[in-house]
Design a protein around this ligand. Structure first.
Ligand code: CP
Ligand code: NVA
Length: 319
C-alpha cells in the first residue's frame, strides 16, 4: 500500500488535500465559507472554538511569508492545536533530503501539513507520500488559501459572487490561475489583462468558456464594469531575476484611480499583499475607500481555520 492510500488513524473519512482550488467541489467550498463565517463570528465574540484540540500542524516554508505563517499558526492555536514551523534552511530539505522522505516522516508525527514551495509538482510529490492532509500555502502555480479568503471577503461585503465580474490586472501568476479555477467552479466571470509575454498560458488553462474568462490587451477595458478589481506584485517570489524586465513591461498595469473609475461604482479593490505602492497599485487606491485589503488579509485566519477543520473532521453539524 502506498503512503498516500494509508489511512491516518487520527482522521475521519478519506484522506483529502487542498493543493489547488478545484480539489474541492462547489458544495465543499460553500461549506468551508459558511463554516468560516461561524468561526469568525465566534472569534469576534471571544468564544472558544477548540475543534482541533491536541492536533498538530506542520508548516513547511520554502519561500518567505508573513500572512500565511501568522494566520495558520494563530489559527491552529485558536482551534486548540499546536504548530511546528520548518523552513528549507533549518530542516534537512535544505540539505537535499528528498521531499518524499520528508513527507513520509513528517506525516507520521503530525495531523496536518501546510507547505509553501516552488513548483506545484513538489507539493504533489509531498502529498502523494503523506498520511495526512496537505494544504497549499502557495506554489508558483496556485495560491488557493488566498482565493478562499478573497471570495469570503467579497461575499461578506457584497453578497454572492456568482454572476459577478472580477478584473485581474497584471501578471498571470499563481493568483490569476487560482482565480480562474474559482471562476469555473463558482460561476463568475474573470477579466484578465497582462502585458504580452506575461499572459495566461493556454496550455495550462485549457479550453475555458468565454462566460468564465475574457482576456484584454488594455487594462482599462478589463476593469470596465468589474465588481472586484484585483492585482498582485509584478514579480512573484522565485522570479526575482526578471525584476528589471518586468518593471518595464508592466509600467501601464498599475491599478490607479483612473482605472477604478471605470469599474462598477460599488467595486472593491483587493490585493493579496505584500504590495508595492506606485508599481502594481497606486497609494490612493490601496489606501482609499474602495480598498478592502485589511479585511482580506484578516480573513485568511478565519477561512483557513475552517479549511483545517474540514480536512480533519469533515462536515460538522451547524452549531
Ligand atoms: N498573501 C500572502 O500569502 O502573504 P504572505 O506572503 O505574507 O504569506
Ligand atoms: N504572487 C505572489 C504572491 C505573494 C503572496 C508570489 O508568489 O510571490
Amino acid at each position: 500500500m502506498s503512503d498516500a492510500t494509508t489511512q491516518n488513524t487520527m482522521q475521519n473519512g478519506p484522506l483529502r488535500h487542498f493543493l489547488q482550488f478545484r480539489d474541492f467541489s462547489r458544495a465543499e467550498i460553500e461549506y468551508v465559507l459558511g463554516r468560516a463565517k461561524l468561526i469568525k463570528d465566534k472569534f469576534k465574540r471571544y468564544q472558544p472554538h477548540h475543534t482541533l484540540h491536541d492536533r498538530t500542524l506542520a508548516m513547511v516554508f520554502e519561500k518567505a511569508s508573513t500572512r500565511t505563517r501568522v494566520s495558520f499558526e494563530a489559527g491552529m492555536y485558536q482551534l486548540g492545536g499546536s504548530v511546528i514551523h520548518l523552513t528549507t534552511t533549518d530542516s534537512q530539505l535544505g540539505r537535499s533530503e528528498p521531499i518524499e522522505d520528508t513527507a513520509r516522516v513528517v506525516s507520521r508525527m503530525v495531523d496536518l501539513v501546510m507547505i509553501r514551495t516552488f513548483e506545484q509538482t513538489r507539493i504533489e510529490r509531498f502529498a502523494a507520500h503523506s498520511r495526512v492532509p496537505v494544504i497549499n500555502g502557495l506554489t508558483n502555480e496556485y495560491h488557493p488559501c488566498q482565493i478562499l479568503a478573497d471570495i469570503f471577503t467579497f461575499i461578506e461585503l457584497r453578497g454572492a459572487i456568482q454572476g459577478k465580474t472580477v478584473a485581474w490586472i497584471g501578471d498571470a501568476n499563481n493568483m490569476a490561475y487560482t482565480w480562474l479555477q474559482a471562476a469555473e467552479l463558482l460561476g463568475f466571470t474573470l477579466h484578465v489583462s497582462a502585458p504580452k509575454g506575461y499572459q495566461l498560458n493556454g496550455k495550462l488553462t485549457g479550453q475555458v468558456a468565454s462566460s468564465v474568462l475574457r482576456e484584454f490587451d488594455d487594462p482599462m477595458q478589463a476593469t470596465r464594469g468589474a465588481h472586484l478589481v484585483t492585482t498582485d506584485v509584478w514579480t512573484s517570489m522565485g522570479f526575482e531575476d526578471e525584476n528589471e524586465d518586468r518593471r518595464r513591461a508592466f509600467a501601464d498595469w498599475c491599478v490607479d484611480a483612473e482605472m477604478m473609475a471605470v469599474a462598477d461604482p460599488d467595486a472593491i479593490f483587493m490585493h493579496c499583499l505584500p504590495a508595492h505602492r506606485g508599481e502594481e497599485v497606486s497609494s490612493d487606491v490601496i489606501d482609499g475607500p474602495q480598498s478592502v485589503v485589511w479585511d482580506e488579509a484578516e480573513n485568511r485566519l478565519h477561512v483557513q481555520k475552517a479549511l483545517m477543520e474540514f480536512l480533519l473532521l469533515g462536515q460538522l453539524p451547524s452549531e
